[in-house]
Design a protein around this ligand. Sequence first.
Ligand SMILES: Nc1ncnc2c1ncn2[C@@H]1O[C@H](COP(=O)(O)OP(=O)(O)OP(=O)(O)O)[C@@H](O)[C@H]1O
Ligand SMILES: [Mg+2]
Length: 289
Amino acid sequence: MNEPILKIEHLTHVYSQGTPFELTAVRDVDLEIHKGEILALIGHTGSGKSTLIQHLNALIKPTSGRVLLGGQDIFESKKSVKAARAAVGLVFQYPEYQLFEETVYKDIAFGPKNMKLPSNEIDDRVRLAARFVGLEEDVLERAPFDLSGGQKRRAAIAGVIAMLPEVLVLDEPMAGLDPAGRESIMENILTYHDETNAAIVIVTHSMDEAARYAHRMVVLDHGRVAMTGTPEEVFSHGEELRAMGLATPVMTDLALRLRALGVAVPGNVYTVERMADALMALERGRDRA
Ligand SMILES: Nc1ncnc2c1ncn2[C@@H]1O[C@H](COP(=O)(O)OP(=O)(O)OP(=O)(O)O)[C@@H](O)[C@H]1O
Ligand SMILES: [Mg+2]
């Protein structure tokens, strides 16, 4: 495989070190992120997902270990920190709480402005990013607090997309939205991926979403990488995922139940399409017998 854009080496993060509240949130994590890949980061509440990804654009510093962007340690200098902030766009968990400007326009423009782009380019990017996430022009002059929950979420995502990051990192971008809202935000993210070949890192609680979109999955458990692989590889360990308190895709659950009933469904069934294929194959086998 080609050189990774981002490389995490032996990253450990300890909160409140040296106090009675000391807590190791991320332990010795190694991870590579490649151009064009869609990586789903999953794990139980408190497993360290948000802590880990906040290192990717130099928002927080590792207690030990390194993050390399294009081979360079992102904390090497002020310049490398700046480069990381420009190359890696981070959309926070519940980003709507971070909208703080008077207008949606100014909020989306905040990142590109910090990048010191010329004002006509900032304007182009704001309008492009707004269109991209499906916000109408007239919304741009409104106050962020005046928007609906879904629109706020879109505005926050637009603010990061306006920086045209090579790596787009999203922390539970669909959390709290209705199914239509989830679907449409996911489509925006996939379009950004397809048009720019950016790497996408998406933290999600939804195994079904990870099963549908991810090329690769990383499972965190108590701050450690417990599993990594394609969805097929990861979901073939259904019992282990459950032991970590994680749900499995609906079709994985059904496959487990069918196996318990003596139906020989293979271990790599985790989508409706695969279940249909597996059952049809069994049916054909029975007809021949
Ligand atoms: N700023 C902080 N100070 C101290 N402890 C923190 C801080 N942020 C998170 N933690 C703790 O670190 C651990 C990992 O938290 P983190 O938010 O990274 O988990 P997470 O996997 O994102 O969880 P969730 O799925 O609930 O978002 C938890 O025990 C959490 O309580
Ligand atoms: Mg989190």
